[in-house]
Design a protein around this ligand. Structure first.
Ligand code: FAD
Ligand code: NAG
Ligand code: NAG
Ligand code: NAG
Ligand code: NAG
Ligand code: NAG
Ligand code: NAG
Ligand code: NAG
Length: 535
């Protein structure tokens, strides 16, 4: 049985390839196919951009968040910005008919540009027009379309309630389509888990063009799209979320300590307590290079960035009991509403209107960047930290950061297989390494990428092993990629086990069921199992 079906699969695929027309024909026929597809509401021609349309470039560039992919040579032949589900169905059906791949883009924050760059003839399905948000305060739920950003979501919740929130990321311009399908964390993670842990329903368009809700797609596919990455399975149109209670007053602080101010010792202590603190408190560390205010010489500054779900009167005794080494006092803290804490943590100046959350442009402008991630299961010894600091003094590290995010509390309670995101109990904290730069050209690119690879290699001794785990939403193509055509399960396991551990196999089985011919694919998409054995 298995034998027979894989035989037919192979035949189907070779037929598809042998009839694939040249790319010029491809996209004209594709566009014609879109126009001919039956549509419910607005005509699709208003939202189809080929390379000759005057607004093609501005439409493509608008959501690019990493200058590394700004002038990519491999651009989409067509961009479609759907106004309703029928436009998505048309794009999926017509792409298959005319030998095009689809890259779906919501917020465009993919670290490796996978939502808008590809080496094959392809279409970008940009969900920027699908951003409706409906908040139901009575039931503490919300429906959010995948093209909305988390900033738009936080804003909409705050317009309806001062005591409801949602546990997702820090940067408001991040899109809900990619973010929720890859996990999604921020300052509510210790109390409530990931964004994906709080998704209770979804609408997806599958490879046949069916629009499915949770019941229609079934529990396997619904499991897969909450942490397994949406791009392997279809196009997610909307999410239903369980909103979470937040107190009317929260407390925040940003507390910097340089190496001269005993940062190493404090970070050492932080590693022993950060994942065990009261679930209402989250203290993340952001490390960068600065000039010492005393000596003027470069040093490393660790900023302890924190949000506590309660007032300062409760926070101070908690800190004195569990983490006195930080030396935090009342004056370092500020009380505010949860929505103002969202602005504060995102780096907006105090007093700014909540409206800034609706702005899809990044606060500090764009740069070239490359990032990587790790998980830490045993505290890094001081000697490990001391060996890390010199890397910050190299030229390439001028705008580099290393960020430690504590786990524990709710993150420890959820089982590793509850959703595809497997990094739960046993992890003390998560690391993100990033380097950014403004200088154009390959030489600058190479130097900065080399720097972060050296840093990653240095850290190997201190982080999770077998596999060295990584976070899907901090996509890193260095950890392994698929072939352009067929990729075996074992080849994909090289990167797949790092992101998903034991959940990778179930993801591949879901993929086999919902997209056996592997239409929805990219450099790190889940491969179907059917083709196993074919070379
Ligand atoms: C400045 C910045 C800040 C960040 N902050 C955080 C943070 O605080 N916490 C955190 O957890 N992560 C954070 N991230 C990472 C972020 O979660 C991921 O990059 C996430 O995938 C972005 O989603 P997006 O929709 O913006 O990206 P996109 O580039 O649009 O998509 C990312 C991936 O998801 C796929 N995809 C997108 N939409 C859909 C859809 N509707 N259906 C199916 N597949 C889809 C894309 O094809 C692509 O593979 C940050 C990233 C950046 C650049
Ligand atoms: C793109 O150009 C074609 C041909 O000029 C036109 O029909 C179509 O409406 C344009 N699309 C958009 C979105 O402007
Ligand atoms: C992209 O190309 C344009 C036109 O050649 C150039 O002006 C711009 O600086 C380039 N941008 C980047 C980020 O490379
Ligand atoms: C048109 O709308 C109806 C009802 O809303 C829906 O069932 C149908 O699938 C839609 N068709 C298309 C092509 O979107
Ligand atoms: C709350 O949920 C119930 C049950 O699903 C529904 O009947 C009711 O309309 C919802 N409330 C609002 C305000 O939508
Ligand atoms: C750093 O630690 C030393 C020795 O424990 C102590 O004397 C000093 O006051 C500390 N400095 C700061 C800024 O806390
Ligand atoms: C730090 O000092 C160096 C050398 O004096 C200077 O070039 C650099 O701009 C300074 N950096 C910051 C962030 O002030
Ligand atoms: C959005 O934010 C960017 C970057 O901070 C800023 O330049 C721009 O003016 C803002 N746009 C609006 C409409 O406020």
């Amino acid at each position: 049985m298995m034998h027979l079906s894989s035989y037919f699969t192979v035949v189907a695929i070779s037929l598809l390839f042998s009839f694939a027309p040249s790319s010029a024909d491809t996209h004209e026929n594709f566009v014609q196919c879109l126009y001919n597809y039956p549509h419910n509401t607005t005509s699709i021609s208003k939202v189809v951009y080929t390379q000759t349309n005057s607004s093609y470039s501005s439409t493509l560039d608008f959501s690019i968040q990493n200058l590394r992919f700004y002038n990519a040579s491999s651009k989409p032949l067509v961009i479609v910005t759907p106004l309703d589900v029928s436009h998505i169905q048309a794009a999926i059906i017509c792409s298959q008919r005319h030998g095009m791949q689809i890259r779906t883009r919501s917020g465009g924050h993919d670290y490796e540009g996978l939502s808008y760059v590809a080496e094959v003839p392809f279409v970008v399905l940009d969900l920027i027009n699908l951003r409706e948000i409906k908040v139901d305060v009575e039931n503490s739920t919300a429906w959010v379309q995948a093209g909305a950003t988390i900033g738009e979501l936080y804003y909409s919740i705050s317009q309806k309630s001062k005591t409801l929130g949602f546990p997702a990321g820090v940067c408001p311009s991040v899109g809900t389509g990619g973010h929720f399908s890859g996990g999604g964390y921020g300052f509510l993670m210790r109390k409530y888990g990931l964004a994906a842990d709080n998704v209770i329903d979804a609408h997806i368009v599958d490879v046949k063009g069916n629009v499915l809700d949770r019941e229609g797609m079934g529990e396997d596919l619904f499991w897969a799209i909450r942490g397994g990455g949406g791009a392997s399975f279809g196009v997610i149109v909307a999410w239903k979320l369980k909103l979470v209670p937040v107190p009317s007053t929260v407390t925040v602080f940003n507390f910097p300590r340089t190496l001269e101010q005993n940062a190493t010792e404090i970070i050492h202590k932080w590693q022993l307590v950060a994942n065990k603190l009261d679930e209402g408190i989250m203290i993340r560390i952001n490390m960068v290079r600065v000039n010492s205010s005393q000596s003027g010489k470069p040093t490393v500054q660790a900023t302890f960035e924190s949000m506590y779900l309660g007032g300062v009167d409760e926070l101070i005794p908690l800190m004195q009991k569990s983490f006195p080494e930080l030396g935090l006092v009342r004056e370092d803290c500020t009380e505010m509403s949860w929505i103002d804490s969202v602005l504060y943590m995102a780096g907006f100046k105090s007093g700014q209107s909540t409206d800034v959350l609706l702005n899809r442009t990044q606060l500090n402008g764009l740069s070239f960047f490359k990032a990587k991630s790790d998980y830490v299961r045993d505290p890094i010894p001081d000697v490990g930290l001391q060996g890390l600091w010199p890397l910050f003094y190299e030229d390439e590290a001028e705008s580099a950061y290393v960020q430690f995010t504590p786990y524990g509390a709710r993150m420890d309670e959820i089982s590793e297989s509850e959703i595809p995101f497997p990094h739960r109990s046993g992890n003390i904290f998560h690391i993100q390494y990033g380097v950014s730069w403004q200088e154009k050209g390959d030489e600058a690119l190479q130097r900065h990428v080399d720097w972060i690879r050296r840093l990653y290699s240095y850290m190997e001794a201190y982080v999770s092993k077998s596999p060295r785990a990584a976070y899907l939403n901090y996509r890193d193509l260095d950890i392994g990629v698929n072939n352009n055509g067929y990729t075996s399960y074992s080849q994909a396991s090289i990167w797949g086990l790092k992101y998903f551990k034991n959940n990778f196999n179930r993801l591949a089985r879901v993929k086999t069921k919902v997209d056996p011919l592997n239409f929805f694919r990219n450099e790190q998409s889940i491969p179907p199992l059917m083709l196993k054995g074919r070379k």
